[in-house]
Design a protein around this ligand. Structure first.
Ligand SMILES: [Zn+2]
Length: 493
């Protein structure tokens, strides 16, 4: 009977989801509150909880309940989706042999330490042996995860963006390069506008500005919180406990402002799951790319628009009357949309950002396949930067050492950022077709119509369907670069 199989499966699934949230809370605490000397104990505690979760996932009782469940014809669609998702988790958990999990965890920590030191001293040499070690273990991990005939790099991408493959990404990325390289050529030679946001901005007022905008966009601060951390992130501990962090710079306003809007986009996604899914496998995004689409949509498509500045410049001027005296909404808009040949991905504008991602995609694909050796990475990085962005790093700190991902073993993650940018434009274009008043809404601070549309089309569905399916249902097509390129053409023509 489905009833009994479900009754045995559900509490086991919920227990595993609770352990996910406990680990999220430990991670949040580590980045925001934990005193430095507490790190060693915290590492041990997190490892213990992870080991318990791993045992629960592979426990024979869960397997028995699931086998019975999967054979039952009487499941509802959400129940079937939960069983499918748990089966995937079990498969991934069982594929990586225990010694490999341990070896990777042990290699990662010194590699991250060496990366930090290398970035600080701008000397890549001492970091390379660590990267080589991590890479060889990640290659092994990719082979262990891969289905028969599946490419190991595809298996790594699939962990972050299920269903996404190199075959799907390659033509899309080629199209982006063909359009963006000449666009960058054209735009980077324009004279730069006045840097109106490089002044003194008191942090308490920055917090007030960010929280006012966050609330108006629709992040529920009663069901979440904002804290400070060196690297901004958003973490959900539950539907009614969604936390994001921000980094503040007293001499510049836009880092905290756009950091806040970005994380609030992630946060509204986490606050928007169907309440019936709470505590289950369904209360999650189906892919990192779709998650990123929600942060990028609010940060770039709304936050870097003219109507946004028409609405929020007066508020910013009220909070910073001296710094922003005499600044016009048009000047503010121009200042946050400067297109440059930059070296640093996280500082990149909407035009050049995806070129940084394509560069990393090509390099990590070659590293995993064994077509590129770690010792050649710094030189090949610089050469590719010159080809695609037309600039060459003066040192490796602003070259191949700038991102933390590879040192931490996260190969296959970078494509998610570009998927997010493309999905965001697809969703926005679809919304605009249905709601031509969108820009006068933004200018009036009326964000509920767009937010509720996203909630219905994307957030509430959790991972009851794939990212591809959710985007297709909302927009009428699967992954497509055209709306993103049309947005840039319209904005920067
Ligand atoms: Zn993000």
């Amino acid at each position: 009977m489905a009833e009994t199989a479900w009754a045995r499966f559900e509490p086991k699934m919920k227990e595993i989801c609770d352990l996910d949230r406990v680990l999220a809370l430990l991670g949040w605490d580590e980045e925001t509150c934990l005193p430095g000397p507490g790190r060693a104990a915290r590492g041990r505690q997190a490892a213990t909880v992870e080991a318990i979760r791993h045992q629960r996932l592979l426990a024979p009782e869960l397997e028995e309940a699931m086998a019975e469940l999967e054979a039952s014809p009487e499941l509802t669609p959400p129940q079937r989706a939960m069983a499918r998702l748990m089966r995937r988790r079990k498969r991934l958990a069982s594929r990586i042999p225990e010694p490999l999990v341990k070896a990777l965890a042990e290699a990662r920590s010194p590699a991250l330490g060496a990366w930090q030191e290398a970035k600080r001293s701008r000397q890549v040499g001492p970091f390379l042996p660590h990267l080589e070690k991590v890479l060889s273990l990640v290659r092994e991990r990719g082979r262990a995860l891969a289905e028969a005939g599946q490419d190991p790099y595809d298996a790594l991408i699939d962990e972050f963006d299920p269903g996404t493959t190199q075959a799907l990404l390659t033509p899309v990325f080629s199209r982006l390069v063909a359009a963006l390289v000449p666009m960058l050529d054209r735009l980077a030679s324009r004279p730069e506008p006045k840097a109106v946001f490089h002044q003194r901005f008191a942090v308490d007022r920055q917090i007030e500005l960010g929280q006012t905008i966050a609330a108006e966009l629709g992040f529920d601060l009663e069901r979440g919180r904002q804290d400070r951390s060196a690297h901004p992130f958003c973490e959900s501990i539950g539907l009614d406990d969604v936390r994001f962090t921000t980094r503040f710079d007293e001499d510049e306003l836009t880092e905290s402002l756009y950091g806040t809007i970005h994380e609030v986009g992630h946060g509204m996604y986490e606050q928007g799951f169907d309440r019936a899914f709470e505590g289950t496998e369904l209360a999650k995004a189906p892919s990192m790319g779709l998650h990123e689409s929600q942060s990028r949509l609010w940060e770039n498509l709304i936050g870097r628009s003219r109507p946004f500045w028409a609405r929020y410049l007066p508020l910013a001027q009220k909070l910073f009357p001296e710094a922003l005296a005499g600044v016009s909404a048009e000047q503010a808009y121009q200042a946050v949309n400067v297109v440059r040949r930059g070296l640093i991905r996280v500082d990149a504008d909407e035009v050049s950002y995806n070129l940084h991602i394509v560069l990393r995609f090509e390099l990590e694909r070659a590293l995993i396949a064994g077509d590129l050796e770690v010792r050649d990475l710094p030189a090949v990085w610089n050469q590719k930067m010159k080809e695609m962005l037309g600039v060459v790093p003066a040192h490796d700190g602003e070259g191949c050492l700038q991102d933390i991902h590879w040192a931490g073993g996260a190969f296959g993650y970078f494509p998610s950022y570009t998927l997010g940018n493309l999905y965001a434009s697809q969703l926005m274009a679809a919304y605009e077709r249905e709601h031509p008043a969108v820009w006068s809404d933004v200018e009036a601070g009326r964000h509920a119509p767009l937010r509720e549309w996203l909630r219905a089309k994307v957030h509430a569905r959790g991972q009851s369907a794939s990212a591809e399916q959710i985007v297709r249902d909302a927009t009428g097509s699967g992954l497509d670069a055209a709306p993103f390129l049309a947005h840039l053409e319209r904005k920067f023509a």
